[in-house]
Each structure stands twice: as structure tokens, then as C-alpha cells.
Design a protein around this ligand. Structure first.
Ligand SMILES: NC(=O)c1ccc[n+]([C@@H]2O[C@H](COP(=O)([O-])OP(=O)(O)OC[C@H]3O[C@@H](n4cnc5c(N)ncnc54)[C@H](OP(=O)(O)O)[C@@H]3O)[C@@H](O)[C@H]2O)c1
Length: 248
């Protein structure tokens, strides 16, 4: 049975994906996060194996991929890169270490994980990579400049990878969720304050991810209307800027 490596599996979207994959069956789950207790609880519900690791630590991605492959005694057939952190506030008030942490967890570690799982997927001519982006990466959100940059980079990373992997049997899905009801906002230190869009349960994003993997979809917005802001921004940038200044 191929291994599904899920990062961010100790909480929110990653934990919900692990639970969906367990119900679906056909995967040996390798669960990564930092919090051992929460990971153990997800493992108890899903039958997955835990691989606690802080993805900021240099070399952690190499150790994680090697350990997950060895423990499963099979290749990694699915990577769901759901680990991520946020930060909110004007860029000039953002501490340097928070910039580095965000870029490392949300972008750098993800790129390395993808780089490391690809050789065995390519050898098997079969594999699927799921990157968890954000609508902030489609449009750029005020007070989330670094987060927007990291998530936007994941979007073009996915586009470029798809070209490199064309015809290889390895698929790349970018999932772009809107607001999801997880500890993400509490952890970034600034709660979600808008009345709309209303936060959705992480199960909804997990369902979309599992469907995208089953159907080989390249890009999935959850909910679907979230593709509109990005389309307006590309088609009529002037109008988009005016709307963004007005409504944020
Ligand atoms: N919530 C939203 O509204 C929303 C919207 C769009 C996109 N997203 C994206 O969805 C993904 C999952 O977020 P979420 O909402 O599920 O948030 P969450 O509940 O806070 O979960 C974040 C996960 O990332 C892991 N993580 C954070 N720092 C890590 C590190 N240094 N090393 C290893 N793992 C680390 C956490 O592990 P520990 O807890 O064990 O440290 C946790 O499992 C993120 O990429 C986020 O940007 C979220």
C-alpha cells in the first residue's frame, strides 16, 4: 500500500484530510506535525503512523521523507502539504524571525518535501502532490503580505511543476481554501474578524482535497466562487485595486 504523507496532520485541515483518507482506505498514513499529543490522537482515529518534526529545523524534510518511506516499506504515493502558519499586521511591524518562520514552513519546507518525494513517484510513474494554498495567494491581502507572497509562490510553483511533470504520471493539485474554522487564526495571534465569508469546517476542504486526488484535478477553490477575485485581478487589475482598497 502506498504511503500518504500528510503534513499539518496534528490540526485543522491536515487532520481532517488524514481522517478522510483513512475512511477512504488504500493508503498507509504518515502523519507529520510538531505536537506529539495531538498527532497521537489523530493517529488513534486514523491508524496512521506519527512522524513528529519541526519543519523549520534544517534537514527535517529529508529525515521526514526517509522515515515515512522506510516505516511504510513502500513509496510515498501522495503528499498533502498542509503545514502552515500565518501572521497578520503591517509588514514593517513583523519581526524578522516571524518572516523567516512563515516563509520556511509555508514555502521552503513544502518545496523541499516535493523535491524529495518526486524521484520515487517518477520511478513508479504514479503519484500525487497536493499543495494547500490560500486565496491570499491569488490576490494579495492587506496586512498579510508575507503570507500572501508564500501562498502566491506555491501557486506558480504548482504551475511550473505541472509542466515539468507533464506525461509522467505524477499530478499536482493546488487547493485554495477560503476561511476555514481551525486554530490557524488563534495561533497567528489575530482572530478572523470579518462577518463574511463565514468560516467553513475543515472537513469541507478535506473532502475537496480527496475528490481532487481521485479526479486528478489541477486547481480547486473551496468554495468555488473564490476563483472570482483572482480572475477580476488578472482581467481588470485597475478595478481590482480600487475594490481592494475599498473593501480590503
Ligand atoms: N484556516 C484557514 O482559514 C486557512 C485558509 C486558507 C489556507 N489555509 C492553509 O491551510 C493549511 C493548514 O492550516 P489550518 O487552518 O489547518 O491551521 P492549523 O489548524 O493551525 O494547522 C497548522 C498545522 O501546521 C503545522 N505546523 C505549523 N508549524 C509547523 C512547523 N514548524 N513544523 C511542522 N508543522 C508545523 C501544525 O502542527 P503543530 O500544531 O503540531 O505545531 C498544524 O498541524 C496552512 O497551510 C494554512 O496556511 C488555512
Amino acid at each position: 500500500m502506498p504511503v500518504a504523507l500528510v503534513t499539518g496532520a496534528s490540526s485543522g485541515i491536515g487532520a481532517a484530510v488524514a481522517e478522510r483518507l483513512a475512511v477512504q482506505g488504500g493508503w498507509r498514513l504518515a502523519l507529520n506535525g510538531r505536537d506529539r499529543n495531538r498527532l497521537d490522537r489523530v493517529a488513534a482515529r486514523t491508524g496512521g503512523a506519527v512522524f513528529p518534526a519541526d519543519l523549520i529545523v534544517p534537514g527535517a524534510t529529508e529525515v521526514l521523507v526517509a522515515a515515512a518511506s522506510l516505516a511504510g516499506q513502500d513509496r510515498i504515493g501522495l503528499l498533502v502539504a498542509a503545514a502552515g502558519v500565518g501572521w497578520a499586521g503591517p509588514l514593517w511591524t513583523m519581526p524578522g524571525d516571524a518572516v523567516d518562520r512563515l516563509l520556511t514552513v509555508d514555502l521552503r519546507a513544502t518545496v523541499h518535501l516535493v523535491r524529495l518525494v518526486l524521484p520515487s513517484m517518477l520511478a513508479a510513474e504514479d503519484g500525487h502532490i497536493v499543495l494547500v494554498g490560500s486565496v491570499a495567494g491569488s490576490v494579495g491581502v492587506r496586512n498579510e503580505a508575507v503570507y500572501s507572497a508564500a501562498k502566491g509562490a506555491l501557486g506558480v510553483f504548482a504551475d511550473a511543476l505541472r509542466q515539468e511533470l507533464h506525461g509522467s504520471g505524477v499530478h499536482v493539485t493546488l487547493v485554495v481554501p477560503g476561511v476555514v474554522d481551525t486554530p490557524f487564526f488563534e495561533r497567528r495571534g489575530v482572530p478572523y474578524a470579518r462577518s463574511r465569508p463565514r468560516p467553513m469546517p475543515p472537513d469541507r476542504v478535506a473532502d475537496a482535497i480527496c475528490r481532487a486526488v481521485a479526479l486528478g484535478r489541477e486547481q480547486v477553490y473551496v468554495p468555488g466562487w473564490l476563483r472570482l477575485p483572482g480572475l477580476v485581478r488578472s482581467a481588470v487589475p485597475g478595478l481590482y485595486q480600487r475594490l481592494a482598497f475599498r473593501f480590503g
